[in-house]
Design a protein around this ligand. Sequence first.
Ligand SMILES: NC(=O)C1=CN([C@@H]2O[C@H](COP(=O)(O)OP(=O)(O)OC[C@H]3O[C@@H](n4cnc5c(N)ncnc54)[C@H](O)[C@@H]3O)[C@@H](O)[C@H]2O)C=CC1
Ligand SMILES: O=C(O)[C@@H](O)C(=O)[C@H](O)[C@@H](O)CO
Length: 342
Amino acid sequence: MTEYPHQIALLGLGTIGLSMLAMHLRRSDTSITVYDPRPDYETQIRSTLPSLLDIPEPTSLIDDLIRTSRLKLATTLAEAIQNATIIQEQSPEVTTSKQALWKEVSGLADPDTHLWSSSSGIPASAQASACGAAARVAERLLVAHPFNPPHLMPLIEIVPGPETSADRVEFVKKYFADIPGPRASGGDQSAAQHYRPITLHKEIPGFVGNRLAFALLREACYLVGEGVVSARDLDSLVTASLGPRWAGSGVFESYHAGGGEGGIGAFLQKLAPTIQNVWGELGQIDIEGEQVWKDLVVKQTEDAYGPYTPETRKKKEEMLRDVVEMQKKKWGELVTGSKNEQ
Ligand SMILES: NC(=O)C1=CN([C@@H]2O[C@H](COP(=O)(O)OP(=O)(O)OC[C@H]3O[C@@H](n4cnc5c(N)ncnc54)[C@H](O)[C@@H]3O)[C@@H](O)[C@H]2O)C=CC1
Ligand SMILES: O=C(O)[C@@H](O)C(=O)[C@H](O)[C@@H](O)CO
């Protein structure tokens, strides 16, 4: 019996893969083998992982993790998934690429290995469709979709396929719920649960998180393209209203409160004409090809924020840590889902 009960193969060490690596290492019962066809991925790990694990440079962290077999760097896919109990992919968001990857994995991995995809919107059933029934990929594969960066962001959107077995879903929910959170920006770490898996009842392209995010993005792009508001002012409007509101109350709870004594039912009834008028006027823009709005959005965003530097990323991640720690320390009901927790 290995010292580490969870033997994880992480396939793809880009933006999400590196963040997932930091997240998995926060559990003490994991050994992670990583693989990426990119020849320089070890350099990327050595330069990025310490900061994701809140370890100041310089450090022997990576060599210590390798020496204790917590971290292994594979040079082939077969090496990476050998002995894996969990295989998680963070490869490019290309359906055919993920299909080919799972087909290759299914011929090499233990037939009982859990199979997780980090995809932003490609359903597990589509990813498994190139695999033969005998490999039983469809019953083992599910999407565990994170919001960037997964080493900080609590949501894990669990999207099983129609054939994914229920025990696989229960396993992944408990696995992520048990992962300790990052330190708060002040250095201390609250004990409360950090990760909040949400399981969808059925597959839909883009799942829920991105469908909501992309609906807002579409309208935001439309409004900038129409010259109604600048990109920076639209962002400021969001961080001065919807952002703070949604950090404490979601879409439906917020409007339930907005409806007064009658709750959301009264809200929908009272606001129906205005809401319907807006719904009928929402921007119907497309993203493919040359679009005037796209040039405006890109130019105004670049003019407003300049290049997204590591310093900016660090500052924004500190803000995210503080918001999530506030949720955990002061608003436990958000984390546990219990009502009006005292
Ligand atoms: N970037 C984001 O904000 C988020 C991305 N995702 C999803 O995570 C996945 C990865 O996205 P990113 O990390 O942004 O992409 P990325 O482009 O930063 O990293 C992808 C990595 O996969 C490697 N790769 C290519 N083919 C591979 C293969 N056959 N096997 C293993 N690795 C392979 C590449 O060398 C690269 O290092 C995508 O499915 C994406 O939709 C999910 C949530 C957020
Ligand atoms: O917003 C996020 O972090 C995730 O929901 C995503 O999936 C990414 O935005 C993705 O759409 C871009 O790769």
